[in-house]
Write a protein that binds this ligand. Structure first.
Ligand code: ADP
Length: 379
């Protein structure tokens, strides 16, 4: 009998001849007649896919040998969810639990690409999961694990290029800002009001550009991973105070009021928190009349730190409030649509605050104004 060798397989000519008639065989939708559990595991393993199961009642985690290997666990060692979470880099337990809870609540499929540290090497894993029910009760969550490091590294290279370009834009912009502010001081000292006014307008444009660059950089990060949090310990009340003084300097006609507890210490990514506050403050200026005061508060309430920005603008209807923090969401009414924007600031603010295990919120009444706030865990 002639043996034909194909990659990884050996077929007899009889088998190959049989294959030519295979087109006439009926596919069966009954998987149990076609695939055994071992077949399915082999198919997945050959494609570099592992599987996992989490019992939502006993909290027992089961990983197949491929998933164990991808997560860097030795075969046969019992693994708990906490041990699995410890492998994650830049992603905290609260996020993983949030995804699990959301999937159970919404009956939805969960999918996350996460960074893991296995034997001091960073890898990217795509983890999917579905909740499986019995008599209407959520019983297990099961899904797949696959190594996507190669494609992720390609995305990261693209993101690094974006970061580089943003940095190259940001640096000269800071210098331009300094010159503009100097020119404004000189114009004020020389009582040249018209030049001082024009310099103020130019300064305002540099703030808008810098804020846009920051938002687009965070967006490009988000397309690759979750927001990267580079946390340090700092006094948030000082940051709020400085930023509000800067805004008051930029908008001398506007009245900013500030209420602070001092100090209010948090462990967070300072630049990102400044980005959120800048989004809230520029929105308050953009979407409220020139004679309306803007109140900013920063308080420690129990274990939480609460920051709020209140304006006396047109306010937002209840239906629109629910959508505001979604990507590209803008309210289409005559009071707000005249102001330019992309509908990204609030979406990115939510992503940033949630990656710190905090929450964003809005309270608003049509015709009265709005309060945009966020909470962060205090120290
Ligand atoms: P952008 O301002 O660039 O459109 P944002 O994500 O910052 O994007 O805001 C989304 C939308 O939310 C805005 O387009 C506006 O309709 C509404 N909005 C935000 N802040 C306020 C505010 N303080 N008062 C009224 N509407 C606001």
């Amino acid at each position: 009998m002639q043996i034909v060798k194909l990659p990884n397989s050996i077929y007899t000519t009889a088998q190959l001849n049989n294959l030519s008639g295979a087109g006439n065989s009926y596919a069966t939708s009954d998987a149990s007649k076609t695939f055994t559990d071992a077949d399915l595991s082999q198919i997945m393993a050959a494609n570099g896919q592992g599987s996992w199961k989490f019992n939502l009642h006993t909290h027992q985690l089961t990983l197949c040998p491929v998933a164990m290997k991808l997560l860097g666990f030795k075969a046969g060692v019992p693994v708990t969810l906490t041990m699995g979470i410890r492998r994650l880099v830049n992603l905290n337990a609260c996020h993983v639990l949030k995804v699990l809870k959301a999937a159970c609540r919404d009956h939805s499929r969960a999918e996350e690409v996460i960074k893991v540290n296995v034997a001091n090497t960073v890898a990217w894993l795509k983890i999917t999961g579905n909740v499986f029910y019995s008599n209407g009760m959520a019983l297990n969550m099961m899904g797949t694990v696959a190594d996507v490091t190669a494609s992720k590294n390609e995305e990261i290279r693209r993101m690094d290029l974006m970061a580089f370009l943003n940095h190259e834009l940001r640096t000269p912009l800071s210098t331009v800002k300094l010159y503009i502010q100097n020119a404004r001081y000189v114009a004020q000292a020389e009582n040249n009001r018209s030049l001082a006014d024009r310099m103020l307008k130019a300064d305002y444009q540099t703030v808008r550009m810098a804020n846009m660059i920051d938002n687009f950089l965070t967006l490009s990060h988000l397309e690759v991973t979750r927001v990267m949090v580079d946390a340090t310990r700092f006094d948030l009340s000082k940051v709020v105070e400085d930023l509000v003084s800067e805004m008051a300097f930029m908008y001398p006609d506007r009245l900013f009021k500030i209420e602070l507890n001092k100090p209010v210490v948090v462990e967070a990514d300072k630049d990102k928190v400044v980005q959120v506050l800048t989004n809230y403050l520029t929105n308050a200026v953009k979407y409220s009349p020139a004679d309306g005061a803007i109140n900013v508060s920063c308080r420690q309430i129990g274990k939480q730190v609460k920051v709020a920005v209140t304006d006396k603008g047109a306010g937002i209807g209840a239906k629109d409030q629910k959508l505001l923090f979604n990507r590209y969401s803008r309210v289409h009414d005559q009071n707000t649509i005249r102001a330019k924007g992309f509908g990204l600031g609030l979406f990115l603010s939510r992503e940033i605050i949630e990656s710190h295990c905090g929450k964003v919120w809005v309270k608003s009444q049509l015709g009265k104004g709005s309060t945009f706030g966020f909470t962060l865990p205090g120290i």
